[in-house]
Design a binder for this molecule. Structure first.
Ligand code: 13P
Ligand code: SF4
Length: 332
């Protein structure tokens, strides 16, 4: 039975017995319940280590679409759980904490997009996966940072396109495709607050380091990058590149996999603008960090919080997501 206190807080508040080995207990619950744990690269290292699968937004959607598990626990943020539920309507999709939102998804409300579409008749809507189910339902196609170029390229050159909600990613895709898509004025508060000055200073201190930048970062930071790519793309670059030092301008959770995959290379997190005030040299998404081992254990144990998506919305939203997955099959 779901308790009122849980509903009020957005997660299971039951205290967990300190003597329990949580990672072991989580794996046991997964086995007993035919459940899988998916985790985004931005979650805490211990969440990544206990997960069945770790990936970027595209890989997580692809994995969810093909899993045969009865229960999916999405350790990431709310829109990722929704995407999984839309792709697997007959499965139980759980998250650790309903408060794990996304400032980027929040920057585009469905009602506002509806009005925007009315003002731009004849335009197709290309929406980043970091959006609510309602916004996806109003879109023609969904993209992630891994496949945005190939998806946009799949439209005829003269097709009129609206891209949202991430302005920085939209600008980047316009620049590499030669398009002139109309951009929604949204952004991510984590990627939007890297300090250009701080990164320049780091580059001076480490002239041999390559700069890895996520396309949600502002243009001045993209311009000085050695590579701009999704989290999975940046990880792949770090693995394959000859350099042994990298400055990483994306959420610092990715450093866990980078260090694991390349134990002999050095990864330096790029600083946010506020680094001097908060005394921290890395940039964290507080929503992703709401996923903890205790919450994951309780989520599996009590099978709550569960993601529900309105059936009519899901039936519309699945089409642009399926379209993206189909186009992405061409990606190597
Ligand atoms: P990717 O997982 O596509 O790199 O996107 C990063 C992100 O901000 C997820 O919320
Ligand atoms: Fe959203 Fe930014 Fe957090 Fe990604 S890092 S989940 S875009 S707030």
């Amino acid at each position: 039975m779901v308790k009122k206190e849980w509903l009020d807080k957005g997660f299971v508040t039951e205290p967990v017995d300190k003597s329990i080995n949580l990672s072991k207990a989580i794996r046991q619950l997964c086995e007993d319940k035919n459940a899988v744990v998916l985790a985004h690269y931005y979650t805490h290292p211990e969440i990544q280590d206990v997960a069945d699968f770790i990936g970027d937004s595209l890989a997580l959607a692809q994995w969810a679409a093909k899993t045969e598990a009865d229960i999916i626990v999405m350790c990431g943020v709310h829109f990722m759980g929704e995407t999984n539920k839309i792709l697997c309507p007959d499965k139980k999709v759980l998250v650790c904490d309903l408060n794990a939102g996304c400032s980027l998804a929040d920057s585009c409300k469905a009602a506002d997009l509806k009005e925007f579409k009315k003002k731009h008749p004849g335009y197709k809507v290309v929406s980043y996966v970091n959006t609510t189910a309602e916004v996806k339902a109003l879109s023609d196609v969904v993209v992630t940072s891994s496949n945005a170029k190939i998806v946009v390229d799949s439209y005829p050159e003269d097709e009129k396109l609206i891209f949202g909600p991430d302005k920085n990613l939209g600008n980047y895709i316009n620049s590499i495709t030669g398009r002139d898509m109309i951009l929604w004025d949204g952004g991510c508060h984590v990627h939007g607050k890297f300090s250009l000055e701080g990164i320049m200073k780091l580059k001076e201190e480490h002239p041999d380091a390559k700069l890895l930048v996520h396309p949600e970062c502002p243009k001045p930071i993209q311009i000085i990058a050695d590579v701009v790519g999704s989290t999975a793309g940046l990880l792949k670059f770090a693995i394959n590149d000859k350099a042994d030092k990298f400055i990483v301008a994306t959420e610092s959770g990715i450093l866990h996999q980078m260090t694991k995959e390349c134990p002999n290379k050095t990864f330096i997190p790029a600083p946010p603008e506020t680094s001097e005030q908060i005394g921290c040299s890395c940039n964290e998404c507080e929503y992703m960090k709401l996923n903890t081992l205790e919450k994951l254990y309780n989520t599996l144990k009590y099978e709550w919080p569960e993601i529900k998506v309105n059936k009519a919305v899901a039936e519309k939203a699945v089409k642009p997501i399926d379209k993206m997955l189909e186009i992405s099959k061409k990606l190597k």
